[in-house]
Design a protein around this ligand. Structure first.
Ligand code: GLU
Length: 435
């Protein structure tokens, strides 16, 4: 039997990371088994399922590289078929009509539950069961003539030949109903696996109130699709060893529903940020540079390409998310950069600093070649002969050329800035704070 899974979102304009994680697990499961991963857009709520909402969904999937087999199925196109199936159930006595509220608003079609206890083997949670009295008959076609989620969802899973339904555990109660529908429709019941919720630090379902909850938020905040994919894959699943940063192929190879945890998974943004940093490091250099150019352009920074490339090289290993880039490099592209007030007060406006910076400037001016190695050597020689402490020279120099106390390694930064900018920045510092 060929494995076929699907992602069946109801587009709302935002894609919650919990839904996307379900998509990822369906994708990994299908790819692991050499099967197919299908998309079904459950777009029957015409008010919410706008073209824009659907596009947001497709963009999020493309960004996470969740490739789909075949064409997506749009549920709204199948209404006639859903209604025909309801008629069939009626004709077989498996459903009945009723004026639900008794308000004369017309009749709904109601599915008759078999009245027996139900159980199934969940791929993640193990044996699950419920007693007959917990399962009431339920509406499958509203009095306004539209099919209800349960009917449409089951019929479309049958149509798409879905073998494994992997979805959130908020659907467990629905699954008992759905199993009865499959049986009534004479179809094989697929395998079900229910994923536990994603929760916040208080153990409540993780929502927008807890911070970024939608895929688009993470994209905007400068996370990489591959990193978010990896992070979400591990939010509730583990390969069984201590691997964390894994390639797609490794995840596909190792994925196993039996290794999915059955208790809720807690979001840890610090871990995601760490993981994103690992992915930033793994980006091919050209891709990193292209991303940086894109970011500085968005940030309104103009720069000579060669100089910009050298600057990006300085922060290559420090960037954790794409949006870090501009703040990390902005001061290297303008002579009007701001000085951090505390750094100025604590490290610049001190006795002796003026003389130190003046000496460093003349040492730099006298160098034959101005690069990382020569400035490094010259500063170390100066520290040795002057008897000054390392920090007493390095800290004011760093602030003089960058305005801040931390940043890339100093000597490579000096080389990239070049002698003229460096001495110019020392002059500006002297005039502004130490005159
Ligand atoms: N549209 C439903 C949802 O997003 C589908 C549930 C399912 O995967 O069956 O919750």
């Amino acid at each position: 039997m060929k494995v076929r899974t699907r992602f069946a979102p109801s587009p709302t304009g935002n894609v919650h990371i919990g839904n996307m994680r379900a998509a990822i697990y369906n994708w990994l499961f299908a790819r692991h088994h050499g099967g197919e991963f299908l998309l079904r857009v459950e777009d029957t709520d015409r008010e919410r399922s706008t073209q824009e909402a659907i596009q947001t969904l497709l963009d999020a999937m493309a960004w996470l590289k969740l490739d789909v087999d075949g064409e997506p199925l749009y549920q709204s196109t199948r209404m006639e078929i859903h209604l025909e199936a309801a008629e069939l159930l009626l004709s077989k006595g498996l459903a009945y009509k009723e004026d639900k509220g008794g308000l004369g608003q017309g009749e709904c079609i109601i599915f008759k539950m078999p009245g027996t206890d139900a159980s199934f083997e969940d791929g993640i949670k193990g044996s699950l069961s419920t007693a007959a009295e917990n399962m009431q008959d339920f509406v499958i076609v509203r009095s306004n003539g539209t099919p209800v989620f349960h009917l449409a969802n089951v019929l479309d899973d049958i149509e798409q030949g879905i073998t494994h339904v992997i979805r959130g555990d908020d659907h467990i109660e629905n699954t008992y109903r759905h199993m009865a529908l499959y049986q009534a429709l004479g179809a094989d019941v697929p395998n079900f696996a229910h994923l536990p919720m994603i929760i916040n630090a208080q153990g409540k379902p993780y929502s927008k109130r807890d911070g970024d909850a939608f895929v688009g938020d993470f994209r905007e905040k400068g996370f990489l699709g591959d990193a978010l994919f990896n992070y979400l894959a591990l939010l509730g699943w583990s390969p069984g060893d201590d691997r964390e940063v894994m390639t797609r192929d490794e995840m596909v190879e190792a994925f196993d529903l039996a290794r999915c945890q059955s208790s809720p998974a807690q979001v840890d943004l610090r871990k995601l940020t760490w993981m994103n940093g690992e992915y930033m490091l793994k980006l091919p250099t050209e891709e990193f540079i292209a991303t940086c150019f894109c970011e500085i352009e968005k940030g309104g920074i103009e720069a000579a390409p060669d100089y910009a490339k050298a600057v990006f090289g300085l922060v290559r290993e420090r960037v954790k998310t794409v949006v870090d880039i501009v703040p990390m490099v902005a001061y290297l592209f303008t002579e009007e950069f701001e000085y951090e007030a505390k750094a100025v007060r604590k490290k610049l406006q001190k006795d002796g600093v003026r003389e130190i910076l003046e000496q460093v400037k003349s040492i730099f001016q006298a160098l034959e070649i101005f690069d990382e190695a020569s400035t490094d050597q010259a500063i170390h020689d100066f520290i040795e002969t002057s008897g000054l402490g390392f920090g007493a020279v390095m800290a004011p120099l760093r602030i003089a050329i960058s305005g801040i106390q931390s940043g890339p390694d100093l000597f490579p930064m000096l080389e990239v800035l070049g002698r003229e900018r460096v001495t110019g920045r020392i002059d500006r510092t002297l005039a502004q704070f130490l005159a």
